[in-house]
Write a protein that binds this ligand. Structure first.
Ligand code: RIB
Length: 297
């Protein structure tokens, strides 16, 4: 069983600021660092560091070799990462003194996927594999349909949520919704966590819902069970990629036969470790470190 992640690959420009720039305000930053990121790349690395067999499918631009090399170094299969001549995807990230971030994403090569490429990548799928996607690439609807036709389970992290996805995505094909409260509220018009999961489950009764609540933890729901996992204490330096770490660890563990409760707990521990370090992919721990820390938390 493998996980095929049709995922974004970004160069992240991370600006350390005292506070976020307000409308009309010019601020100075104390530091600028460039990291590998993109919700797709971060999730592939989290999956691999959690022990899953991961194939990453996506496009990089003229300066994206470092993104592909970073995935390869973590044992992700990059035979479906293709070069293009266009600009790379990138993100402009402000991190404030509380470790919070705000992010602007430029799609670049991530939004140049073609139906031919998706068909070709889907040829690598076998019955029971998992197709993972976020909402930073184009053609997510095609990806889900081709994956389902091949007998794969569909895992959707609808981030960042937008009206196109809400109006066009074939949500009935999804087996795992991994989402935060903002995305849950957009999809259900509910704001209370249990109402969000209930509403999603009533629309998609065969799906599993994994709702992350930031420092309040996470909820897992399917038609047979509800599991609540509190967040572990964390020393917050930079929250970038905490959600991606959680998503990758949860999916790797649950697809490896762990229970929902164990998978949630390990994912929460990995996310708590990720926020203690700067950067996106660079901050994601591996499963050995998570297991070592887990019993102390
Ligand atoms: O989830 C964090 C990621 O969001 C960053 O790495 C950035 O590239 C954006 O995609």
């Amino acid at each position: 069983m493998k996980i095929l992640n049709f995922g974004s690959l970004n160069l992240d420009y991370v600006y350390s600021v005292d506070h976020f720039a307000a409308p009309g305000e010019t601020i100075k930053c104390a530091d600028l660092k460039t990291f590998c990121g993109g919700k797709g790349l971060n999730q592939s690395i989290a999956l691999a560091r959690a022990g899953a067999a991961v194939f990453h499918a996506g496009f990089i631009g003229a300066n994206g070799a470092v993104l592909k090399n970073t995935l390869t170094a973590d044992g992700v299969d990059t035979s479906l990462v293709r070069d293009t001549d266009g600009p790379d995807g990138h993100a402009i990230i402000q991190v404030n003194s509380a470790g919070e971030n705000n992010i602007i994403v430029y799609g670049g090569a991530n939004r140049a996927l073609t139906p031919e490429f998706i068909n070709e990548a889907a040829d690598a799928l076998c019955e029971g594999d998992i197709v993972l996607m976020q909402n930073e690439t184009n053609l997510t609807d095609e990806i889900a349909r081709r994956g389902a036709e091949r007998g794969a389970k569909i895992a959707l992290n609808p981030s960042p949520i937008d009206s196109w996805l809400m109006e066009n995505f074939p949500f009935h094909l999804v087996s795992y919704f991994i989402l935060n409260e903002i995305e849950g509220a957009a999809l259900t018009k509910e704001t209370e966590p249990d109402r969000i999961t209930s509403r999603l489950l009533s629309r998609f009764p065969n799906a599993a819902i994994i709702l992350t609540l930031g420092e309040r933890g996470a909820i897992y729901r399917d038609k047979a069970q509800r599991v609540y996992q509190p967040a572990y204490p964390a020393r917050v330096v930079d929250t970038t990629a905490a959600g991606d770490t959680f998503a990758g660890f949860f999916l790797a563990c649950v697809s490896n036969g762990q229970t929902a409760a164990v998978s949630l707990s390990l994912a929460a521990a990995a996310a708590a470790m990720a926020v203690a370090l700067k950067g996106a992919a660079d901050s994601i721990p591996n499963i050995r470190a998570v297991l070592d820390e887990h019993w102390k938390l």
